[in-house]
Design a protein around this ligand. Structure first.
Ligand code: ACM
Length: 529
């Protein structure tokens, strides 16, 4: 009896051993994890003769890949090549790609240049830089969401062009595709508007920490460079000009437009003239199909005391300041639409019933009915609820919080926003995606910005890209290790779950590399004009 069992055990060992490939499968560290992946035997080895060859449509992606891989050979060869092609890609969705790595060569197939770009990003992550080898795999990949966004508030504290471009690099590496810049708010106005130079000459002065900080803003030229840099990485830069609230920087500069409590005065015709001229300038600078008009947290409690508001209410047949706020939103959204762009607003704007194609950003996580109502009214929605999408909330339960009870841990970001059960499958089609947001009241330096952003940006990326059934936090956490190592080696600050106290301390202690980066974004030296 015992002997039989031993033989069976031995047979099992032999059988199982036979099932193991001759070379153990390489451990893959991919973020975001692809929709479908199968590992094969073998690997592709890069050498100086490896050629990158591409269809004409993918020339830009091929050039960028050659540069990152330090490859110069573009001669057509049948072997030892990395090919970027539309061949066989019919039927692949926008942004989708297939990547096949075999010992003889690598093929990336895509129907669009965005798809080819994402295939290249995956290839870069697969490459073992020390051995210059890529494990053999077959990947078929496409994003879960079309809108994979990241918002940065540059009004409360200014972050300069090099910092923004570094953020863009991270977004591109993680296959995120929208950079939403919150350009105006109470502390400062951060975008040059040619018709209103005072907006930046004086309106760009100050920040949340220091109302006397020198003017810091993006010139039109600097912003165009940022947009082009993002465009080459398949990222759209979406501008936000917040109105009618969060307007103090502008109303400080032009007091006649002041409606009180941080608002523009919606009773005056010149408020509309001013904002429409601003929007025309913004649309001239930004090719973005989407223009964000804010619309959040409007306090119209003192509008009642203003005679121009009273006149406007009467003239327009409106009964309350709230109705005027809504009429203001409808008018500005229609203006954006009339100029061929899609208006975007925070979730308050849904109550105004602006033009049907307005894109609504749901941010009030404790008001799920607002999401419900926006979807029921037929609007497209992006999910950006404070929990878990605001990266200005602490990452670790041991961290002190100033009057705030919310924490957005790495795994909470990874799990993503909770979609209320009341949302029907048909309504889900109108959820275009998700966005992580960094509000910068308490984030004044690039080192702290890095620490608050990383690695939650990676978790956001996998939540936004990878289909629900392919997500696995334990695997993601394992995949993160080489990314964290790379942050460490390049002096980038990040939250380290194995050392929360140390990483928090380090975020306020710039490294030698980051000290260099720190300089331009320090409020006292952030002038960009
Ligand atoms: C917001 O957090 N006020 C959109």
């Amino acid at each position: 009896m015992k002997k039989t069992k031993l033989i069976l055990n031995l047979l099992a060992v032999v059988f199982l051993a036979g099932a193991v490939p001759a070379v153990a499968a390489a451990e893959l560290h991919l973020i975001p994890w692809p929709a479908r992946i199968t590992q094969q035997d073998g690997q592709f080895a890069l050498n100086d003769q490896t050629a990158v060859v591409a269809d004409h449509a993918f020339a830009g992606e091929a050039a960028a890949l050659s540069e990152t891989l330090h490859l110069t050979n573009t001669a057509s060869a049948s072997k030892n090549r990395i090919e970027l092609t539309t061949r066989g890609a019919q039927g692949l969705a926008e942004e989708a790609y297939q990547l096949e790595v075999a010992p003889e060569g690598i093929t990336i197939r895509a129907a669009t240049s965005a798809g080819a770009f994402y295939g290249c990003q995956t290839l870069r992550q697969l490459l073992d830089a020390s051995t210059r080898t890529v494990p053999a795999v077959k990947i078929t990949d496409a994003p879960r969401y079309a809108w994979r966004g990241f918002m940065l508030d540059v009004s409360r504290h200014f972050f300069d062009q090099p910092t923004i471009q570094r953020e863009i690099d991270w977004l591109a590496g993680y296959k995120l595709n929208r950079l939403h810049l919150h350009l105006t708010d109470d502390p400062a106005w951060r975008l040059e508007i040619q018709k209103y130079p005072e907006l930046t000459r004086t309106g760009a002065r100050g920040n949340f920490s220091d109302s006397n900080a020198p003017a810091a803003y993006f010139t039109r030229e600097a912003m165009r460079q940022i947009i082009a840099y993002a465009q080459a990485r398949h990222i759209v830069v979406v501008p936000e000009i917040d109105m009618p609230g969060h307007a103090s920087a502008a109303t400080r500069t032009y007091p006649q437009l002041d409606g009180g409590v941080h608002t523009f005065n919606p009773g005056r015709d010149d408020t509309y003239d001013f904002l429409q001229n601003v929007l025309l300038d913004v649309m001239d600078t930004f090719p973005s199909p989407w223009i964000h008009l804010g619309g959040d947290e409007v306090d119209c409690s003192v509008w009642n005391t203003d005679p121009t508001v009273a006149k406007k209410l009467q003239a327009d047949g409106l009964k309350s300041p709230q109705q005027l706020e809504q009429s203001f939103i409808r008018r500005m959204a229609a203006f954006i639409q009339d100029h061929g762009r899609t208006p975007v607003g925070w979730d308050e704007v849904a109550a105004a019933k602006p033009v049907r194609n307005t894109l609504i950003f749901w941010w009030r996580h404790d008001r799920p009915e607002v999401l419900d109502q926006a979807l029921a009214a037929g609007y497209d929605v992006v999910l950006a609820p404070r929990a878990p999408c605001y990266f200005d909330y602490p990452q670790d339960l041991t961290y002190p919080v100033k009057g705030r009870k919310l924490f957005n841990t790495l795994d909470a970001v990874y799990r993503g926003p909770e979609i209320p059960k009341t949302i029907t499958p048909a309504q889900r089609q109108h959820i275009l995606g998700v966005e992580g947001c960094v509000w910068t009241e308490h984030i004044a330096t690039t080192s702290y910005l890095e620490f608050m952003t990383l690695p939650r940006l990676a978790a956001l990326s996998e939540m936004a890209w990878t289909p629900e059934e392919a997500r696995d936090f334990a695997r993601f956490d394992g995949c993160l290790k080489p990314f964290l190592q790379q942050y460490h080696e390049t002096g980038i600050h990040y939250y380290d779950e194995t050392d929360p106290a140390g990483s928090l301390h380090n975020a306020n202690q710039p490294t030698a590399q980051s000290a260099q980066r720190e300089k331009p974004s320090h409020p006292a030296t952030a002038v960009n004009n």
